[in-house]
Design a binder for this molecule. Sequence first.
Ligand code: FE2
Length: 209
Amino acid sequence: MPFHVEEADNRLMTQLTVYTDAENPETLLETEDAEDITATLKEIDVRLRQWEVIEALTSGGSQEEILAAYREEVARVVAEEGYTFVDVAQLHPDGTPEWAEKARGAREKFLNEHTHDDDEVRFFVGGSGIFYLHVSGKVYAVLCEPGDLLSVPKNTTHWFDMGTRPDFTAIRFFHDDDGWVGDFTGDPVSSRIPDYDSTVARRAARHQG
Ligand SMILES: [Fe+2]
């Protein structure tokens, strides 16, 4: 993606945009200030923390390698919050003809509003994605970047957009390993809030301007 090249020297900043969930959503807040983001998310019980990024793993690696490299941080979260299963999910463009289809399928899986009966806890080792949390008439769009650990409590209505060209590596934490399923609400709200591609393009344009 072009902004990676143009901003190679600057760490991409985590961004929070808060929208109304109306037919024509209004933007209530947009910030890249880490304290602002953390404080705003805390109001809806969503926790955002930052770990130091291991640069060598930002474009991916084996699950063993990644879990070993972040061993201490992972162990701390597991001990504090009682997770029993940790794995690594990743998707990177591989240039094969099948990739576009795979990418579309992966993106669409959690692109509509849903809940889970477990917390959704993700640490971004590399790449990015947007978690959209739909709480009390507002949508909190958290554009996560490497180093971000986001904890979404169980039963929070949300969706996730990895963009049309998914490229990310994330450590996932679960309380059990019996399959990660979504309970879909049927609310079409996700279709009227700016998606990953447009959010990232808008951020890149703003940084250039
Ligand atoms: Fe989810």
